[in-house]
Design a protein around this ligand. Sequence first.
Ligand SMILES: *Cc1c(COP(=O)(O)O)cnc(C)c1O
Length: 388
Amino acid sequence: MSLHDRFEQAFMPVYGVPPIALARGEGTRVWDVDGRQYLDFIGGIAVSSLGHAHPALVEAVSKQVATIAHTSNLFLHEPEVLLAERLIGLLRAPARVFFSNSGTEANEAAYKLAMKHGRREGRTYFVAAENGFHGRTIGALSLTGKQSIRDQFGPFPVPVRFVPYGDATALKEAVDGDCIAVFLEPTQGEAGVVPPPDGYLAAAREICDATGALLVADEIQSAIGRTGHWFAHQADGVTPDILTLAKGLGGGLPIGACVGFGDAGDLFDKGDHGSTFGGNPVSCAAALAVLDNLDLDHVKSAGSRLRAGLSAVDHPLLKDVRGRGLWLAVVLNEPVSGRVQEAAARAGFLVNALQPDAVRLAPPLVVTEEEIGALVAAFPAILTEAVS
Ligand SMILES: *Cc1c(COP(=O)(O)O)cnc(C)c1O
């Protein structure tokens, strides 16, 4: 039986059966189980920030796993302290950190942290954006603005008001003195790499300041260099009250973080939250290797080159290229992203059919100019194949 058939039999069908089975990787290159090589322009959904098998990541993880792999939170260890301090330093603001294993769990921590603020002041509801994605557990799912994945699992513990993303007036109307917190992505990832209009995050900050609601920035996809900044909100000059991280932070090892700035960092008391695996030494060592080896100038220049190269492609299927840094969506004139993904794979490139009319590119942040050149050169033929 093929690996695909065995997968189909053994697993709950939540992902369908992925078409390609990957065996190994090196840098931006990956090989499938039949030995076919691809250039990876999706990076495990913006996760493999240093690329595959980066020597610094391999060394950090190998060394740590051979030293001590797990302590639980009954004991502290140096890698978690170093990592929390590094993040706080990069954030350039007083803050405290909680480590989780995933993005969803980071948002779940943010949800509970915000609840402490809400209960204290008698606040009753959250605000989040339509088409936003915050995760799949019940708290995070309740904030996720996509009915098809949310509604069949309700009712949810706390009401959530959804507003159109990018509309500061609608946000202002939705948020009053009873609002616990506003959850927003600085650019919506799963919705199609959709940046808001300039000034939206600053407006959200003002609205929260005026009403006492907390501003939660979900940077699970946008942070750790992805946009050419350590954190996307830094480009807008806006500091949230709570920040969540995951994806690119561990470079492929599972780790998430919930950061509380200023007073928001002090809302949890002893016993309010916890995680057996959260902040485990191996994931922390991986994250430190990521932070030590990222080159933001490279992300900026490689991102500009990728964007400029694809924007210059003259093809009737190509409508627009949007996004920032190495986090882009190629917007199509027809809902054929699945066929573009397939044609790209046949040409030796992994891309992601994110929305029917949007193809996501989130390559390793070490992608080279040559690799970008190869995708740009192949792109017109990929688009043509997708519609023929
Ligand atoms: C991926 C993602 C999540 C969920 O993270 P998991 O690690 O899959 O639990 C939450 N929010 C955003 C913005 C994401 O991109």
